[in-house]
Design a protein around this ligand. Structure first.
Ligand code: ADP
Ligand code: MG
Length: 323
């Protein structure tokens, strides 16, 4: 029902950045090795995400825009072992409810692709089209049919920086995917997608990460940490560049931040924060990553154990490189 979708959109579609997040996560889930994100006017007028993933079979194209349509979960018990980023089957329905959406998609098996157009969730056209394997989704005129929400969007610059932040995280979390981010026809960054995290960091954080990085590849008490930390001289005035992923998902966690910062203690000026990009691998049974689409919080079974292990691993990394 279109009204329900419009209401649900309030949860999933906070603004242009949440659309970018959902569409890129879908592209990642589709096994893409190359993803292009293009925005205009902070995504308020135009968002396009193109991938070279598996595409959607012609018969499923309309279904993908139905609420709770997901191809990614078989049974509810799967919730504990979710590997894909999406699974609620809400994003496309919600996005389509509050914008004008066009999708072009083709699977490997099909000779022709299909293009479908929706306006405020209403199907207005569907026809065959010649196109490469993969999916392109274009989202025009976000909130055109919900004037109250239209007013609540930030300035173009404000929305653009939120989108940049989201794409930066996603690109850092998937160094094996080649990202291309274009804003108003200007290429903001591209990554090679060759799996090299340090090269990916340099591509997306070029203005921030100027000095040499310390490689972390260490393990302790069921916790594995891989990634890079900045020299203590590379501090920032906020935590924006303490970038942490748990089992491939971006998280924000006081426990983790404090553990990392304790390892840097005395090496950093007061009220300054380190820069890092770290992938934590933890047995899913020790951690509860909030599965709400827009939440990034995380809970641990044993907080002090995690705190301890992180602190030790980071300290070890810092001390092997700093004399
Ligand atoms: P979810 O990701 O939670 O399954 P979505 O509403 O985001 O739900 O997407 C609905 C379905 O549409 C997905 O389960 C998937 O089958 C299909 N889909 C969406 N985007 C893509 C894409 N870029 N490539 C292939 N399939 C996609
Ligand atoms: Mg999804």
């Amino acid at each position: 029902d279109l009204t329900i979708n419009k209401i649900a959109a309030g949860e999933v579609v906070e603004g242009p950045y949440s659309i970018v997040k959902e569409l890129v996560e879908n592209a990642i889930d589709a096994g893409s090795s190359s993803i292009t994100v293009e925005i205009k006017e902070g995504g308020k007028k135009y968002i396009r995400v193109t991938d070279n993933g598996i595409g959607i079979p012609e018969d499923d194209v309309e279904k993908a825009f139905l609420r709770h349509a997901t191809s990614k979960i078989e049974k509810i018990k799967d919730l504990n072992s979710i590997q894909s980023l999406g699974f609620r089957g809400e994003a496309l329905a919600s996005i389509a409810a509050v914008a004008q959406v066009e999708m072009i998609t083709k699977t490997q098996e099909q000779q022709y692709g299909v293009t479908i157009e929706l306006n405020g969730g209403r199907l207005i056209g569907k026809k065959p089209i010649g196109c490469p394997t993969g999916t392109t989704i274009i989202v025009n005129n976000l909130f055109f049919n919900t004037p109250a929400r239209l007013k609540f969007m930030k300035t173009t610059q404000g929305e653009t920086s939120r989108i940049t932040e989201i794409i930066t995280r996603l690109a850092l979390s998937k160094p094996n995917v080649a990202f291309r981010y274009v804003n108003n026809n200007n290429v903001m960054f591209t990554t090679l997608g060759d799996g090299n995290l340090s090269a990916t960091i340099l591509s997306v954080l070029q203005d921030v990460w100027l000095k040499s990085m310390i490689n972390i590849d260490d393990e302790m008490n069921n916790l594995k940490i891989e990634g890079f930390i900045g020299q203590p001289s590379l501090y920032r005035g906020n935590r924006n560049y303490e970038i942490v992923f748990i089992n491939g998902r971006y998280v924000k966690s006081k426990i983790i931040s404090q553990a990392i910062e304790l390892a840097y203690k005395e090496k950093l000026p007061i009220n300054k924060y380190p820069i890092c990009v770290l992938n934590l691998t933890i047995d899913p049974s020790y951690v509860d990553v909030n599965v709400h689409p827009m939440k990034t919080e995380v809970k641990f079974n044993d907080e002090s154990d995690i705190n301890n292990s992180i602190q030790k691993i980071i300290s070890r990394g810092l001390s092997t490189r700093i004399t």
